[in-house]
Design a protein around this ligand. Structure first.
Ligand SMILES: Cc1ncc(COP(=O)(O)O)c(C=O)c1O
Length: 376
């Protein structure tokens, strides 16, 4: 009999050099929803499905979040891997709703095509999400707590392989962990920096894919920036270092000096942020002109508001950008008055109200997954 994906991927680990402890799941009944913050809270299970080179196997859950794969797997050596991030929210009526999951699947498939990986059928992607959320429904923060269930789909090539080429087997999985309100005491603006000496993604590379290498390239510059008190690194285009691209893990959005336009860079090498797509729609809905175009870094000083946007936080207003492209010549630009971000705040309030079911979902962004157990 064929072993299931879950069995194959959880062979007992006999290696002595690696310590893979299996975390004890948190007890959902004792979680303090209002103070969980943004760390990993171990939940009951993850969901997995495997592609064996010909077809996809069934979606299964397993309680152990550790995976056992061959040490010569493509994911380890050649970075043939993609991930996603999205959230599910409990509405007042107890229904658990995922925010724009189909767009995450589309983005994963964009990456899969670029990295030579098989396509992930939308139905399978949604099954994996539904399975992990259903199995961990009592971990979805309740309505009113300000929290949500963060979902981390992942997709990678594995199996023994020495030379560079497509992997023969692939795993699609999803982990789920409850997260709290990122801003328990109100939104705080952040300081950003453009660092000399580091690029995020090349013009025709994989910057528009949610793949590991883009993040590996950012670990060191982001740590250096953080040690100096900057919250986010802003990257410019890798060819000329002239045009705005995006922040480490979020897109760049701005309100022009005249307050009339919502602008965001148009570039082949940035990730298509689903939060940004939502902000664009809402900005247009509230009468702003939406411009996707090249943004010369010199224009940034004229913007009234700038923000970083992404799933985890929705919006981080940027109070200043320090330009250190040329060594020894540091220049800091304050955005607007550095303190007030009325348009970004109104967009933030609308996105989060739709996500929580407090404003009608007029753009059809939410997908029903299951009911949250009333007893949890
Ligand atoms: C590089 C990068 N840009 C932008 C985003 C924001 O995308 P989203 O709004 O879909 O979370 C993310 C986070 O996923 C990211 O990693």
């Amino acid at each position: 009999m064929l072993r299931s994906a879950a069995q194959r991927l959880t062979r007992p680990n006999t290696a002595r050099a690696i310590t893979t402890s299996t975390p004890k799941p948190a007890d959902p009944k004792t979680i303090q929803w209002s103070s969980i913050g943004f760390g990993y809270v171990p939940t009951r299970s993850i969901a997995l499905a495997e592609f064996d080179g010909v077809s996809w196997g069934p979606v299964e859950t397993q309680t152990d979040p550790n995976l056992s794969i061959h040490c010569l797997s493509n994911v380890i050596h050649y970075g043939q891997t993609l991930f996603e991030g999205l959230k599910a929210f409990t509405h007042k009526n107890g229904r658990v709703m995922a925010f724009r999951p189909d767009d995450n699947c589309a983005r994963m498939n964009h990456g899969a095509e670029r990295l030579g990986m098989p396509a992930v059928p939308l139905d399978l992607f949604n099954q994996v999400l539904a399975r992990v959320i259903n199995d961990n429904a009592d971990y979805v923060p309740p309505y009113g707590s300000g929290g949500s269930m963060y979902l981390r789909p992942f997709f990678f090539g594995h199996g023994p392989q020495l030379g560079l080429g497509k992997a023969k087997r692939y795993v699609l999985g999803c982990a789920a962990t409850p997260v709290g309100n990122y801003y328990p005491s109100g939104i705080k603006p952040a300081k950003s920096i453009v660092m000399g000496g580091f690029d995020r993604a090349s013009p025709l590379g994989v910057g528009d894919c949610k793949t590991a290498g883009n993040y590996a390239a950012d670990v060191r510059p982001s740590s250096m920036a953080s040690a100096r008190g900057f919250t986010v690194v802003l990257y410019l285009d890798a060819k000329e270092h002239k045009y705005v691209e995006e922040f480490s893990t979020s897109n760049f959005v701005a309100i022009t000096g005249d307050g009339k336009s919502f602008v965001t860079p148009d570039s082949r090498s940035i990730l298509g942020s689903i939060t940004r797509f939502s902000l664009e729609t809402l900005a247009e809905d509230q009468g702003l002109k939406v411009e996707r175009r090249k943004i010369d870094f010199n224009e940034v000083a004229s913007f009234r508001e700038v923000a970083a946007c992404g799933t985890a936080v929705v919006i981080v207003p940027i109070e200043s950008i320090t330009d250190e492209r040329v060594q020894g010549r540091s220049k800091t630009i304050t955005i607007g008055d550095g303190r007030s971000f009325p348009v970004m705040m109104s967009l933030y309030n609308r996105v989060t109200a739709i996500q929580r079911g407090d404003e009608p979902d007029k753009f059809n962004w939410l997908r029903y997954i299951c009911d949250r157990p009333a007893s949890a």
